[in-house]
Design a protein around this ligand. Structure first.
Ligand code: PEP
Ligand code: MN
Length: 341
């Protein structure tokens, strides 16, 4: 028993009664009030609930039906919630009709460069500024980000442009400071299965952009989302950023089939990162168009005023004018699939 569907007549008292019963079995109730029905997600090891116990729940008057979810993720599953999840970040709704575009450098390098990039991407139509202050680098001898100073620079760019901030959290020890500045907390590919980190962001009330792990299956990725959601934070945005394959012509292989697959399996919004997906700036625009055509709810794009001098990921960063072209080129594609930019 994973889901308890209540009759439309169920009262708050009924819900409390069921939650108490579940608590007695060591299980938690996750209440989801839909427009027509209230659904209780049963959190915990539900395999221990016997058939008799399940029948007893079914017999409660306000209960309409009881279901088992065969998938290992529940809260993230479409079976649990049919309607798409909309995540409102300062008036920018992720998962709605409008495609949200998050743009900015790989890393925050200094104030002048970041503010200049933020102003340019805003003018081109971006709705979020991205930039890492804590950078997960393959080599410990390369630039690892400015830390809190980088967050302060992001906040200044937000003050100037009004664009909300997407920035990465790598370590649970930094959650306080990152949450203070970020509007969306990014969990990077390398940390997709850092379960302690996932549980920590699950405790806070802030949207999380969960990037797909380098070699993660869609099921593993949804289980990572489930970790966050199991702690109460349901504001999870999934981000496809390419996976490891045998192909070397591109940095990763951007798995755009993940978009329709996820749309079927989960109600969570899906964003695509073609920059890390391909690793070369020339291929970013075509894959951004393709992502929108495939049904992505948003894009996250690396942009730099001087890619040659960028401290990280310069080779995949778009110059601002090329980013402007990207925005123009995705517009008709968005319209063709019933969306807008
Ligand atoms: C990034 O967004 O700059 C980044 C490090 O991405 P990923 O975790 O997908 O490699
Ligand atoms: Mn990067």
């Amino acid at each position: 028993m994973d889901i308890i569907v209540l009759k439309p007549t169920a009262t708050e008292e009924d819900i409390r009664h069921i939650a108490k019963k579940l608590a007695g079995k060591g299980l938690k109730a996750n209440i989801s009030r839909g427009t027509e029905r209230t659904i209780i997600g049963v959190i915990g090891d539900t395999s221990r609930v016997s058939e008799d116990e399940e029948n007893a729940i079914k017999a409660i008057e306000c209960v309409e039906s009881v279901m088992r979810i065969l998938k290992p993720y529940k809260l993230a599953s479409r079976d649990f919630k049919k309607e798409d999840t909309l995540i409102d970040v300062k008036g920018n709704v992720i998962g709605g009709r409008k495609i949200q575009v998050m743009a900015g450098p790989c890393a925050v390098e200094n104030r002048v460069v970041l503010v200049s990039i933020a102003e340019k991407v805003k003018a081109a139509g971006a709705t979020f500024i991205r930039g890492g202050a804590f950078k997960p680098r393959t080599s410990p001898y390369t630039f690892m980000g400015l830390g809190e100073e980088g967050l302060e620079i992001l906040a200044e760019a937000r003050r100037i442009t009004g664009l909300p901030i997407v920035t990465e959290l790598m370590d649970p020890r930094d959650i306080g400071v990152v949450a203070e500045y970020a509007d969306i907390i990014q969990i990077g590919a390398r940390n997709m299965q850092n379960f302690r980190l996932l549980l920590e962001v699950g405790e806070i009330n802030k949207p999380v952009l969960l990037k797909r792990g380098l070699s993660a299956t869609i099921k593993e990725w949804l289980m990572a989302a489930e970790y966050i959601m199991s702690r109460g934070n349901h504001q999870v945005i999934l981000c496809e950023r390419g996976i490891r394959t045998f192909e070397t012509a591109t940095r990763n292989t951007l798995d755009l089939s993940a978009v329709p697959v996820l749309k079927g399996l989960t109600h969570l919004p899906v964003v695509v990162d073609p920059s890390h997906g391909v690793g070369k700036w020339e291929y970013v625009i075509p894959m951004a168009r393709a992502a929108v055509a495939a049904g992505a709810d948003g894009l996250i794009i690396e942009v730099h005023t001087n890619p040659e001098e960028a401290l990280s990921d310069g080779e995949q960063s778009l110059k601002p004018d090329v980013f402007g072209r990207l925005m123009e080129e995705i517009r008709p594609v968005a319209e063709a699939v019933g969306r807008e930019v």
